[in-house]
Write a protein that binds this ligand. Structure first.
Ligand code: NAG
Ligand code: NAG
Ligand code: NAG
Ligand code: NAG
Ligand code: NAG
Ligand code: NAG
Ligand code: NAG
Ligand code: NAG
Ligand code: NAG
Ligand code: NAG
Ligand code: NAG
Ligand code: NAG
Length: 519
């Protein structure tokens, strides 16, 4: 037994143990297992958003083509361990965030063998597995009596009150001692707050995560509610895990909430230039924006289309997510233009889309991931090169990412599908370069200063790549010359503004986000 386990650890550290640099080149698709695919692959099964819809790991394995077809190179899955059973005042534990037994897998999603099979299936495709883990608390249903009457002996391994902070309700979201040591949302389900300052808890969590990572050959972790746990614990936990972790942890990356707010704002009446300002501030103030997860949707936030239904705007947002600095992270259903509002309505069963691979955002995602994967393969420094601002104003943001030869130049805009026809002159190439706009498969030639013309129409994003570099990708096997449309005039020679270095921004991002996580 011991030998087998040691063998597993050694193998794991040789073959897996993906680090931050390896993750930077990846592109993540976020799956909520209960809502992605069922074992019977039904596309009609009905369920309510508060209850189990019965998605499984076996269903996910059978639908990996759907994910890989969009060019993703990693899959993040919702928590895998055993949760509390039964209904509560706030629904069932279909999401996986209500841990009771860290040493058993959640049977609703399958067996330990199924989970291992999923891991193997991903690795056989050259893809990474990221698993969401809960470290802040264990969970117990209760009837709202204060303090919650928790049966600690039902937990494994934290089977005693001594492993937990004494009950108090979080009341002060500005005070880390309060929001880290008190219990979150005491209604229907008590989230018994682990004493993560305790060396015993640190050690127990460390040996648990080391085993979990080894048992299932996990390549990376997403740490739930990381803000609610002390930094020293997170560092020790990530070190014990030995893999990259996404959460607001100093030793890994974090979801890029810094840009989430200006990104959604830019499509809701605010300026694109503000998005660029936030972007520039973030890369100046933070240690490593290249390891941040760029996203516009996740399971805790209203969908993009809940606020703005226009498809062209959704395409622009998706383009930013996939081509920005950092690790693109797309939440299941975003590619189907789902529009659920706040939790749990943003957790629609994906199968209701029929897994439509001809959906416009599916096609866009496939195209852009393919392009990004090509740029990554062409140059080691593609992911480590911070984007340059080529042009920005209230309606536009044009960036260039990557060194000469593998650069991607793209322009997003907020004109919507009612947007006019006009031309933008954009730099980023060399004089005379032959360039393809990959979303329309049209070609243009760079002028004497290396500028190309973007023929803007109906608010569509524009993405440019050298024709010679595109050659091997299979994208745009044939191209037609781009033609001038409309009578709109070219942009004035406005340049991106330089922004001041700000070291406080990163800190603000780390402490400033965060009440959407728990279920
Ligand atoms: C999910 O499975 C349970 C049995 O485990 C069953 O009672 C329930 O009806 C199923 N729900 C759906 C939506 O199929
Ligand atoms: C809550 O109260 C109901 C009704 O008395 C009872 O059936 C249920 O078991 C209680 N739940 C918990 C978690 O105590
Ligand atoms: C507490 O949990 C343990 C272990 O699951 C169980 O044996 C015991 O009956 C529970 N106690 C109560 C009061 O529910
Ligand atoms: C817990 O505190 C919040 C404010 O943070 C308050 O809205 C809620 O009613 C409190 N719940 C309980 C059970 O005291
Ligand atoms: C890892 O696998 C071993 C052997 O099957 C098992 O004893 C252990 O409980 C597992 N640990 C976790 C965290 O799943
Ligand atoms: C920045 O990175 C350096 C080197 O990796 C590290 O020593 C330092 O602690 C990091 N600082 C922050 C604020 O993340
Ligand atoms: C685009 O930006 C302009 C200028 O900030 C703003 O007036 C307009 O409402 C924005 N459009 C959308 C769809 O947000
Ligand atoms: C970026 O930083 C500058 C200088 O600190 C500040 O004036 C500006 O408001 C910041 N922009 C955003 C969007 O945070
Ligand atoms: C996107 O759709 C177009 C038109 O149907 C098709 O030619 C192209 O191959 C699709 N792109 C990808 C990457 O699937
Ligand atoms: C587009 O590509 C064709 C075929 O390579 C070429 O003949 C034509 O000059 C190109 N047009 C532009 C505007 O670059
Ligand atoms: C694409 O590659 C083929 C074979 O390597 C080459 O003959 C052709 O000229 C290339 N086309 C472009 C546009 O670079
Ligand atoms: C070249 O493009 C940049 C934006 O990238 C623009 O500011 C500049 O005016 C353009 N130059 C010409 C000569 O059009």
């Amino acid at each position: 037994m011991l030998t087998v386990l040691l063998g597993a650890f050694t193998l794991s550290s040789l073959c897996q143990a993906a680090n931050a640099d390896q993750w930077k080149s990846r592109s993540i698709y976020q799956v909520m297992v209960d809502r992605f695919a069922r074992t019977d692959l039904s596309t009609t099964a009905d369920c309510t958003v508060w209850e189990f819809c019965n998605g499984t790991w076996a269903g996910l394995i059978d639908k990996l083509d759907y994910i890989q077809g969009m060019g993703f190179t990693a899959v993040q899955i919702s928590p895998v361990i055993e949760n509390l059973e039964g209904d509560t005042a706030v629904g069932t534990a279909y999401h996986g965030y209500w841990s009771v037994n860290d040493y058993a897998v959640n049977e609703h999603f399958g067996t330990a063998a199924d989970l291992k099979r999923l891991s193997d299936a991903l690795h056989n495709r050259g893809m990474y597995l990221m698993v969401d883990v809960v470290v802040n608390n264990m969970a117990a249903a209760f009837n709202n009596t204060q303090p919650p009457p928790v049966n600690y002996s039902a937990f494994n391994p934290f089977n005693d009150a001594k492993y937990f902070h004494k009950y108090c309700n979080v009341t002060d979201w500005e005070n880390p001692v309060n929001y880290q040591d008190c219990w979150l949302y005491p209604y229907g389900v008590a989230l018994a707050d682990l004493d993560t300052e305790s060396p015993t808890v640190v050690q127990m969590m460390g040996s648990w995560i080391k085993e979990l990572v080894a048992n299932y050959s996990i390549d990376g972790l997403r740490i739930d509610a990381a803000k609610h746990v002390n930094d020293a614990f997170l560092s020790a936990f990530v070190n014990a895990a030995g893999v990259f972790a996404l959460g607001e942890v100093l030793t890994g990356g974090m979801p890029n909430y810094l840009e989430y707010f200006p990104l959604t704002a830019a499509f809701n009446g605010k300026s694109m230039a503000d998005l660029n300002s936030a972007r520039v501030n973030a890369s100046a103030g933070c240690n490593d924006t290249l390891a941040l997860g760029t996203f516009v949707e996740n399971h805790d936030l209203p969908r993009f289309a809940a606020a703005v239904s226009d498809l062209a705007l959704a395409k622009n947002a998706m383009t930013y997510v996939l081509l920005n600095d950092g690790i693109p992270t797309v939440y299941q259903g975003q590619e189907q233009h789902f529009s659920g509002n706040s939790t749990p309505f943003n957790r629609e069963a994906l199968w209701k889309s029929g897994y439509d691979t001809s959906a416009p955002l599916y096609n866009l995602t496939a195209t852009l991931n393919k392009l990004r994967n090509t740029a990554v393969a062409l140059s080691d420094s593609y992911v480590t090169t911070v984007s340059d601002t080529l042009f920005t104003d209230v309606n536009h943001l044009c960036l260039r990412k990557g060194p000469g030869g593998s650069q991607i130049v793209f322009c997003i805009n907020n004109q919507s599908s009612k947007g006019p026809q006009y031309q933008l002159s954009i730099g980023g190439f060399g004089p005379g370069d032959s360039v393809v706009e990959v979303l329309s498969c049209t070609n243009v030639t760079a002028d004497a200063v290396g500028n190309i013309t973007a023929y803007m129409d109906k608010g569509e994003p524009k993405v440019f790549f050298l024709a010679s570099a595109l050659n091997s990708t299979g994208l745009c096997p044939t191209t037609a010359p781009a033609t001038a449309g409309g009578t709109g005039q070219k942009n004035a020679a406005v340049r991106g503004v330089a922004y001041m270095w700000s070291s406080t921004v990163c800190l603000a991002a780390m402490v400033g986000w965060g009440v959407w996580f728990f279920a």
